[in-house]
Ligand binder design. Structure first.
Ligand SMILES: [Zn+2]
Length: 231
């Protein structure tokens, strides 16, 4: 009987030892996982930098390239504002309406107009009959009655590269004729609402265009008068 009890005890102790071993295994495994995690953690912490670097460096360069490439293609379109800025400081214009101060001007160059057109000019509101002044020196090349512009004036710059256009005029200054030379500040007309200005919407419509041929003075590319007048 004793021997049996001893045997059972021995077996049970080995069983318990075995159980303990089994219990130890998961502990070892856990430590093994922890140990595995530590290098993997360092692996994880170190990769973000190399991973982030390639994603930052290659992605902007291909993504920027297409965005940078169209802009040179767009230069014919965007050529208008730079050409305006190229005249700022060199083209000394005056505001072509008596009594209007620079701070009163509004940039209406990109305003939409009928039939999908863009304004391409500046509108300077003023009371009817307010004197319209030559913005710069230059020859009056054309007095024209236009459906849209009403009573209008085309003036050629001294270098024959620019045309100043004055529209919606009430009337011309007395004696004004094509071929006259206007000095900057000379009264050439009076503010009105002729053409498509709208009855009672008294303002000067003033535009500046870069021309290739003075004989084809109406075919220029308009530049924004606002930065040239607002200074
Ligand atoms: Zn206008």
């Amino acid at each position: 009987m004793r021997a049996r009890i001893v045997l059972v005890l021995m077996l049970s102790t080995t069983f318990v030892a075995g159980l303990l071993r089994l219990l130890e295994f998961p502990q070892r495994k856990e430590t093994a996982i922890v140990l595995d995690n530590q290098p993997s953690k360092t692996k994880l912490s170190s990769p973000p930098t190399p991973v982030a670097e390639p994603t930052i460096t290659p992605s902007p360069s291909p993504s920027l390239m297409p965005t940078l490439l169209p802009s040179p293609e767009e230069t014919p379109i965007t050529a208008t504002p730079p050409s305006t800025s190229s005249f700022v400081g060199t083209l000394r214009l005056i505001i072509p309406v008596t009594g209007v101060r620079p701070e009163q001007l509004l940039d209406t160059f990109t305003d939409a107009r009928s039939e999908g057109r863009v304004h391409d000019a500046i509108d300077i509101p003023a009371a009817p009959g307010t004197p319209v002044l030559a913005a710069a020196d230059g020859e009056i090349i054309k007095l024209f009655q236009s459906e849209r512009g009403g009573t209008t004036i085309y003036q050629l710059s001294n270098d024959k590269k620019l045309v100043f256009y004055y529209a919606h005029l009430q009337r011309y200054a007395d004696g004004l004729a094509a071929g006259n030379y206007a000095k900057q500040g000379d009264v050439i007309a009076y503010v009105g609402d002729t053409g498509n200005a709208g009855p009672g919407n008294y303002h000067l419509h003033f535009s500046i265009s870069i021309i290739n041929d003075p004989k084809r003075y109406w075919e220029g590319t308009n530049i924004n008068p606002y930065p040239l007048l607002h200074r």
